[in-house]
Write a protein that binds this ligand. Sequence first.
Ligand SMILES: Nc1ncnc2c1ncn2[C@@H]1O[C@H](COP(=O)(O)OP(=O)(O)OP(=O)(O)O)[C@@H](O)[C@H]1O
Length: 302
Amino acid sequence: MNLLSATSLKKTYKDYTAVRGVDFSLTSGKCIALIGPNGAGKTTILRILAGLLKPTEGKIRFSGQPANADLRKFIGYLPQYPVFPSWMTAKEFLIFSGELAYLSKKEAEERAEKLVEEVGIKDAWNKPIGGYSGGMKQRLGIAQAIIHSPKLLLLDEPVSSLDPIGRREVLTLLEKLKEEMTILFSTHILNDAEEVCDDLLLLHKGEIIEAGSILELRKKYQTSVIELEFQDNPEQYLEKLRALPSGTSSYLDRNTIKIPAADISKVRYEVLKAATEENWPLVEFHLNRASLEEMFMKAVKK
Ligand SMILES: Nc1ncnc2c1ncn2[C@@H]1O[C@H](COP(=O)(O)OP(=O)(O)OP(=O)(O)O)[C@@H](O)[C@H]1O
């Protein structure tokens, strides 16, 4: 089910169009990655969805809500560079954020207590935020973004500036949160998207050039390569492989023979059949799948 649909969304800053009339929808309960290089328009889209920026053209429709509804209570947002009052404790900050989101003092206190537990900063919640690590601040930022239990959580590059430990902490938290809400997070780090997300929106120069599930897109752009290593003299097997119906484009890359494979099972069957029948001195048979990075490069060049 669609949680949110954006139609012909466009944003022009003075004379520069950062988002060029994009259409997309977010499926309820999914984690969706908004992927694109620097300047693609990710922050602009997230700020429009969060209600912080008015689109030049286009509409956003949230499931079950009238066209011009105020969506703030359904949406939580963590900006790319959140600023925290360093003198406040996490407890004070979260209760304050909860009250800003129209929770009563009691509700805000209860919610804050539950959230510090959930994001894993309970031990430090009575300490000033100024002493927190990057990962702790980001987790606090996420707690603040979901203080009002939104249906959709928008995160702008939530892990890009973190060290590996902080990055891991936040990705693990997102894995957990995606059970409870729909998440849209922007990143230019494709591995992060692949790790936690189900769906992708590929943004390039203000346009969505691909959208769909990671699995579907992988299939579409898949150019897996089967790699074979021989004990010695790979050249003599190169000819044999090129003679197989699906091995015609085999090539030698240093000591490894590589076979680009659109249909992996067919190539695998033919190669292994020949290797067994003729007792080839194979030392390695490896399937190398196209990375999301390669997929993105292909989509951009289309
Ligand atoms: N307030 C503004 N005024 C003019 N141009 C802007 C403004 N904000 C963004 N832009 C331009 O719009 C384009 C898209 O910016 P945006 O921040 O949405 O991209 P992004 O994909 O989030 O990039 P990054 O990964 O660098 O944050 C960029 O070329 C940027 O320079």
